[in-house]
Design a protein around this ligand. Structure first.
Ligand code: COA
Length: 159
């Protein structure tokens, strides 16, 4: 059984992420979407809110499971017997950044491999950070995030 893990902040999950999940679900028997944590990010949705929103969106894929974890990615991977990580690449900047993370992860756990999927051109401009900025200024998110995710962001705004 071929398993792959797709980790990310998903704050929020965008159509770019969803495209990667869909493509992985066609190539692997099981896809674990892992809602993770990065010290570089400031989150608007907490980890439970992100997990709930992503789970709703991923219900349509029978082989996709959503989990949340605040520790080291390689520890989760080891514990769950997964040796393939998947990441999306939008541009050369993502590549540089991912290469450093890849080396760090491989140094921590040499058995792990990372697979890179190039974003579709029509989705490669979407960024979670810019989606958050548009949301904070009351802009329309329909073209960037699924409706379930938009509902979560709107609910958060009202609090
Ligand atoms: N389409 C659209 N956007 C995409 C995309 C795609 N296909 N692929 C990536 N992105 C965007 C995201 O929206 C996000 O945009 P932003 O920078 O505007 O917020 C960005 O690319 C990637 O952010 P994120 O989801 O946080 O992923 P990441 O590649 O930076 O990795 C973790 C973050 C959480 C997976 C990583 O920090 C991690 O593994 N954390 C666990 C702790 C750990 O092990 N740390 C050591 C790591 S070496």
């Amino acid at each position: 059984m071929q398993k792959v893990i797709y980790p990310g902040s998903f704050d929020p999950l965008t159509f770019g992420h969803l495209d990667i999940i869909e493509r992985l679900s066609r190539q692997f028997d099981e896809v674990v979407v892992l809602i993770s944590w990065s010290s570089r990010k400031k989150y608007i949705l907490d980890i439970i809110e992100r997990k709930t929103a992503v789970t709703k969106v991923c219900q349509k894929f029978s082989n996709v499971r959503v989990d949340a974890f605040e520790g080291l990615l390689v520890e989760y991977v080891k514990k769950n017997n997964i040796n393939m990580i998947a990441k999306g690449l939008r541009n050369a900047r993502d590549y540089e950044y991912e290469m450093t993370m890849d080396h760090m992860n491989k140094t921590l756990f040499p058995d792990v491999e990372t697979l890179y999927l190039i974003s579709r051109p029509e989705l490669s401009f979407i960024s979670s950070t810019l989606v958050k900025e548009i949301a904070s200024l009351g802009g329309d998110l329909k073209k960037f995030v699924p409706s379930e995710v938009e509902a979560y962001i709107k609910k958060k705004d009202k609090k």
